[in-house]
Design a protein around this ligand. Sequence first.
Ligand code: NAD
Length: 296
Amino acid sequence: MKQRVAFIGLGNMGGPMAANLLSAGFAVSVFDLSDEACKVLAGKGASVAESAKAAADSVDFLITMLPAGKHVAGLYLGDDGLLSMLDASTTVLDCSTIDAQTAREVGEAAAARDIGFLDAPVSGGVAAAQAGTLAFMCGGDAKVFETAQAVLNAMGRASFHAGPAGAGQVAKACNNMLLAVHMLGTCEALAMGKEHGLDPARLSEIMLASSGRNWSLEVYNPWPDVMEGSPASNNYQPGFMVDLMAKDLGLAMDVAKTAGIDNSMGQLAQTLYEEHQGAGNGARDFSSVLERYRQK
Ligand code: NAD
């Protein structure tokens, strides 16, 4: 018999993730506040439920992909929350990017009912969700991580067990803070070279073969027309939106604060990204922050 999965939150990411579960042969029941989003999945073979509870009834896996911590807490916790109706036969994965504290609270509430729970935020944007090549950073029990491989493999190409509940969100916050910092550093270096008459493509080639090499240079060059297919070469169509980077930097600030870490680099990145967002660039790709340096 097919394993049953409930998928709640069928937005830009959740929609294609649920579609990949259908392609992999799972029986998928879906729910979203948007009827439109549900209809798209119905067209691919999912059964549309009338509520989150109806979707999650008697499933092997329950997966959520929601905007923020308040949506996740609202759905799972409390007397009327989803955890109150589930038991150990369902494994729960929250793939949303949320604050680590909420992820820990949901993880603890699930453990109290003997329900396996993973916070499993993803790296890779909409294109990776569509292609089934996401990377999952998971927090929770190691046995639950093993059980979840069946669904993780259908949606991604890599999954990592980072530690106990909340550790997946901490890993995601660390990664995206570093991404913001090396993207800004890459933009700064390219703009500096250009002002001195260097060709950004040649400078990129030099730094790629030298110790400045990093992911932003390697696969996501922020200078227009240096790299075919990059958001920069496509008028900064996302990609990964500035709004989402600003959100993730906010989460990273909380992670740094609760750890008592001096994250001056992350704080500066947050200031620069929030300025860029405030200038009307929220819906553009995060590499568009290069323009800040070109408009000097
Ligand atoms: P989105 O806004 O496109 O989708 C969210 C969906 O959740 C919407 O369809 C909304 O109707 C639904 N929803 C909200 N509350 C609900 C509820 N209570 N019950 C049922 N449905 C509900 O967002 P997205 O881009 O798909 O992102 C989802 C998560 O993935 C976010 O946490 C985001 O930070 C993270 N993420 C996004 C990207 C990206 O590139 N878009 C990349 C990595 C991680």
